[in-house]
Design a protein around this ligand. Sequence first.
Ligand code: NAP
Length: 218
Amino acid sequence: MSRPWVTLKLATSLDGRIATAAGESRWITGQASREQVHRLRAEHDAVLVGINTAIRDDAELTVRLPDYTGKQPARVVLDTHQRLPLESRLAQTTGLGPVLLITAVVTPSEALTEAGVRVLHAPAREVGVDVGVLMDILQQEGIQRVFVEGGGRVAASFVKAGCVDRVEWFRAPMILGGEGKAAIGELHVEGLPQAFRLRRVAVETVGDDLWERYERPL
Ligand SMILES: NC(=O)c1ccc[n+]([C@@H]2O[C@H](COP(=O)([O-])OP(=O)(O)OC[C@H]3O[C@@H](n4cnc5c(N)ncnc54)[C@H](OP(=O)(O)O)[C@@H]3O)[C@@H](O)[C@H]2O)c1
């Protein structure tokens, strides 16, 4: 494969919502699922999120496990307009491992660069930055395995670009309703033959949650 391997992680309610309408997502899934997510992060070279998630959740996106001494994955933010706040956990923790910000702005923000964030350019598309160019950038950075942690718009972009190889879906026994944020944003699927289909490879219980694992069919 000439692009990095992409795993999409979803942590949802039973009805496939990743957050309430107001954007609250902590915590939908339980502690055991969250620990498993840290193990999955550790198996990847980079963890990637969209700027809305970076701002709303303000997560560090590092591997935090009691016995973990391995390398920290790079953290990648898709941020068309360089909106990542300087005071965000990502910008404040560049010492823990690389933080890459992919933006359509040609001139990198001096403040973010000084904070240790690597600002890299990709052209803008209808939604955000070009996923194909992003894949080339990650490849050039030596990133072979990417763990996409959302949100819904970023997940949709990866599905639309045909860049999802595996799905790790943690589903909590909770119902949030249609006004909650969908795990995958709009795809404009014209009919069922055009839907992105997957092959389920495993199902496990993790605490009170269900962990479903899917792969792209061969
Ligand atoms: N339950 C969970 O596991 C989980 C995980 C993650 C997030 N969440 C929740 O999801 C919500 C955020 O999701 P969201 O869908 O609103 O936003 P998102 O996917 O985090 O970010 C989307 C934004 O990223 C930027 N972007 C740049 N390039 C992009 C591209 N190629 N494709 C898509 N977006 C790109 C765009 O903003 P600009 O044009 O301004 O750059 C876009 O609006 C939050 O409430 C968060 O708490 C839940």
